[in-house]
Write a protein that binds this ligand. Structure first.
Ligand SMILES: [Zn+2]
Length: 318
């Protein structure tokens, strides 16, 4: 079987980052002026076009309704062959703990807006902040989605947590609550049929399941290979990892970016308060452009790059 790869990009507006960093919502630009949609997404589409790649763009539903500019931009992306996926309607980081009715509405409203923009039903779902649980996955399956792609088998903060754990352990005060985090390490690295009752493990035979396409981490330490961390690895480092990734991710490798990975602090419309809190914004766009161009080329040199929807069709054909 051909080795597959997918590039997925979460189109979180700067308003989402204001929420993460505890900034007042008014610090973020209005959606129509947001450099995420004015600069980052057009840059992404140009780079993908140049590389001849088709990607999966995870869209926050309300953004399509709030801005005709955003809607036209994403309709155009769909026309060029990119897939639009459901990234919830309002991007609540606590989606999984919302009341069942609101959770259902978050997925359904976004599904409706994104299907209309794409001109066909949405196939895939990604929860905000990698924050998935059984009840959320069950709702995704109930609404007819064909795959989920919400799990980063190593949350980016895992290394920091592990360092704290090691320090506590060394002090003779091991934290039991943190030990449960090690469960995450048992999540399969590659695509698998996730049990609806326990999304982090493979479904047993006859158990209800949904295809899960996890984001890429390195085996062992499970260092995440996503946009933010690739700034550290660099293009040469990514190319050097190719043979290892062929062994550890033989059937499928997913590179996850966020649209903010295509912005620099110097870009018009990026508030200074964001650059102070989001260190990777300090890498200028010129450096990022060179990085993504090289990474996309390296990925394509080793693998067949398809949308997540297509990957799910190929990998889970029964
Ligand atoms: Zn997001």
């Amino acid at each position: 079987m051909a080795r597959l790869a997918s590039v997925s990009v979460d189109l979180d507006s700067l308003g989402c980052y204001a929420a993460i960093h505890g900034l007042a919502p008014r610090v973020a630009p209005a959606l129509d002026a947001d450099p995420i949609f004015r600069l980052a997404v057009p840059r992404l589409l140009a780079l993908l076009e140049e590389a001849g790649l088709r990607a999966t763009l995870f869209v926050v539903g309300q953004d399509l309704l709030a801005s005709p500019w955003v809607r036209r931009l994403l309709e155009e992306a769909a026309r060029r062959g990119h897939e639009l996926g459901n990234h919830s309607h309002t991007h609540p980081y606590n989606l999984r703990t919302l009341a069942p009715g609101r959770r259902q509405e978050e997925i359904a409203a976004a599904g409706e807006a994104i299907s209309a923009a794409q001109g066909r039903p949405v196939a895939g779902f990604r929860t905000p902040g990698y924050n998935l649980d059984a009840s959320l996955l069950q709702e995704v399956a109930r609404q007819g989605y064909r795959y989920d792609s919400s799990l980063l088998p190593c949350p980016p903060y895992y290394a920091a947590k592990a360092a704290v754990m090691a320090a506590r352990w060394a002090q003779g005060e091991p934290s039991r609550s943190q030990l449960t985090r090690l469960e995450t390490l048992r999540t399969p690295l590659g695509p698998y049929r996730a049990a609806l009752g326990a999304p982090w493990r493979r479904a047993r035979q006859a158990e209800a399941s949904l295809p899960e396409l996890p984001m890429a981490v390195l085996p062992g330490l499970r260092f995440p290979l996503i946009g933010t961390s690739l700034h550290l690895v660099g293009a040469r480092g990514f190319r050097a990892l190719g043979p290892l990734l062929d062994r550890t991710h033989p059937s499928f490798f997913q590179l996850e970016l966020h649209a903010i990975d295509l912005l620099g602090a110097e870009d018009a419309g990026v508030p200074a308060a964001f650059a102070a809190r989001q260190p990777d914004l300090r890498v200028p766009w010129a450096a990022k452009e060179a990085l993504w161009r090289a990474v996309f080329a390296a990925l394509q040199a080793r693998r067949r790059v398809v949308t997540l929807e297509r990957a799910a069709e190929i990998l889970f054909a029964s």
